[in-house]
Design a protein around this ligand. Structure first.
Ligand code: SF4
Ligand code: SF4
Ligand code: SF4
Length: 296
């Protein structure tokens, strides 16, 4: 993290000033932070927690070094908040599925469209003013650059502490990008697909240690899509193991609607490109054949 570590110069200890902000969320990830009292006290000795919506009514300070954001961006107002936090902070950390993938608020996007989704709750044209100017729910990283993410719904408290430590003291440890199945293999757990049960671990980012699978539950994909994910191959695997592809796609919406839209867009663009190439190749083969015919 650029310049946010503890600096001890001439006996003056500088502790990074940290703010914690909640956007569209259930506050569950912030509660997870309060659940680690012993580590929290140690952590509080190393940072200057200057603003925390959940724990204090103190106003947001003008200057700070680290901004921690929970929740999805769902309004134009929150877009501006995130931009302001990015401008002011050296380091910006997104915590929880809502902030890192769009999470559950992200389900309001998708094929139905935001306006029609809102109309399921409110009469058309009668959105309460408190809803603000809504936009398609999205992760923080789709608005500004994010320096670190703590994934999952809710976050793992120790994962949060480790991430903050890493940033305060500086570390170049890379984020995991592989899929969850690798962790499952290392844990030597039996794969859900062997019994024809849907599990999103096939395309989900590793890092949680396959927490749910260890507890006997399939993965819901709360860590988001892995950069190594191959959604099409995962659908093929569903077919091979007798799991409904429709259910697979539907399950992805819970935490991955925003990324899914991007994946579907890419897939459509790829299909269109493949079709164009096939048409061009066919036209060129026909031209070659007719050329050969006229010469013959
Ligand atoms: S990621 Fe889950 S626990 Fe955290 S704020 Fe969002 S819904 Fe709540
Ligand atoms: S699909 Fe699920 S149960 Fe199977 S190996 Fe991957 S994470 Fe584990
Ligand atoms: S196993 Fe899947 S749903 Fe469970 S915590 Fe890990 S990523 Fe989230």
């Amino acid at each position: 993290m650029a310049g946010a570590g503890i600096i001890n110069t001439n006996q003056v200890v500088y502790r990074p000033r940290v703010v914690v902000v909640g956007l569209a969320s259930c506050f569950g990830c912030q509660l997870q932070i309060t659940n680690i009292e012993s580590h929290l006290m140690e952590l509080l000795g190393q940072i200057d927690l200057t603003y925390w919506q959940l724990a204090s009514s103190d106003p947001m300070p003008q200057y700070f070094d680290v901004a921690i954001i929970e929740g999805a961006v769902t309004t134009q107002e929150s877009v501006e908040t995130v931009r302001t936090l990015r401008r002011k902070a050296d380091t910006l950390i997104a915590i929880g599925a809502c902030a890192t993938t769009g999470g559950i608020p992200g389900m309001a996007g998708g094929s139905l469209g935001l306006a029609d989704r809102a109309a399921e709750v409110y009469e058309k044209g009668s959105l309460p003013e408190a809803c603000g100017e809504m936009c398609v729910p999205r992760p923080i990283s789709s608005v500004v650059k994010v320096d670190a993410e703590v994934r999952c719904c809710p976050i793992d408290s120790y994962d949060f502490v480790k991430t903050l430590h890493r940033l305060v003291y500086g570390s170049n440890r890379a984020q995991l990008t592989s899929t969850l199945c690798g962790e499952c293999k290392r844990n030597e757990t039996t794969c859900f697909y062997a019994e024809g049960t849907l599990c999103l671990g096939l395309i989900t980012r590793s890092g949680c240690g396959a927490r749910c699978v260890n507890l006997g539950r399939p993965c819901n994909g709360c860590a988001g899509l892995s950069p190594d994910a191959n959604v099409d191959s995962a659908r093929d695997a569903c077919v091979r193991y007798g799991v409904s592809v429709e259910r697979f796609d539907k399950a992805l919406e819970m935490f991955n609607q925003f990324e899914l839209d991007a994946v579907l867009e890419q897939e459509q663009a790829q299909k269109a490109q493949d079709k164009d190439e096939a048409t061009t190749n066919q036209a060129s083969s026909e031209a070659d054949a007719s050329d050969t015919g006229s010469r013959g």
